[in-house]
Design a protein around this ligand. Sequence first.
Ligand code: AMP
Ligand code: MN
Ligand code: MN
Length: 320
Amino acid sequence: MLQLSEEIRNAKTIGIGGHIRPDGDCVGSCMALYLYLKKCMPSDAEIAVYFEKPSDIFNTIKDISEIRTEAEEGKQFDLFFVLDCEGSRLGFAEKLFRQAKKKINIDHHISSNGCGDLNYVDANASSTSELVYDLLEKEWIDEEIAKALYIGIIHDTGVFQYSNTSPKTLRIAADLVSYGFDFSALIEKTFYEKTYLQNQIMGRALLESIMFLDGRCIVSCLDRKVMQFYNVTAADLDGIVSHLRNIRDVECAIFMYETDILEYKVSMRSTDKVDVARIASFFGGGGHKKAAGCTMSGTFHDVVNNLSVHIEKQLNEEEN
Ligand code: AMP
Ligand code: MN
Ligand code: MN
């Protein structure tokens, strides 16, 4: 296993990058590693963390205001960590990753091949936060680091509901809550609570959803005009796809929103019967067996037709 203390020992500058449209696991794992390195590295070491400005719900994480949302020109880190994604999903921070002297990739996506010189990639892990926990020396963990990791784990496991939750995940969570933060409030505030507008847009998406393949699939789509009408951004759409998946008899749910003219960000959630990571990877995205995403071009109908061929094939294979 990757020995974190060995790797950071001789680095004077360390960068950390997370994926575009950062989710709870991305924010939690990056910030936990950032707080940890700031604590255990000598004071003259430079530690920096890069990802897009996340949702305000993550403002409870210590030093979240220190994230860098732009990459400095020509900067070369001694060590660069890529968390919860591959280098190609880093967005603006990708050039920092490419230029770094040494790269370490920590990820749990089944579609990930490991983009670092060193990789700690485990598709059986619930979250990247769980993998970061594995690597940290426990005596340096404090309440703020524990809280960041806990946020990452609850977001990627749907508060320990999804099948990626293992006994190990729960043991780690038990250790993390022992640091004393208010986990109940954290779950409520960062996972379940939604604004009125977020609820309205969710209602609209559910209302306009369409079943197909005999009710085994459901799709809903929001175009930019509707998003503008409700004054919402992509970050306000979290949770819609899992609501669609919760509908009885649905094996595969698709939620998509317009990102550009004839371009959609597609999210898919499934049961055991459909491997959506395979489908998303086919269209240039990735993810996990039961939760994956990609960006697709064409009209709404083009996208649904293209996806449904793959879904139907898998459902038929499953039956035969
Ligand atoms: P989402 O539907 O965006 O919530 O993503 C579901 C899962 O698939 C998450 O673990 C994402 O990190 C992953 N994912 C989403 N989009 C992509 C993509 N374009 N490439 C690789 N992984 C993705
Ligand atoms: Mn993520
Ligand atoms: Mn993740």
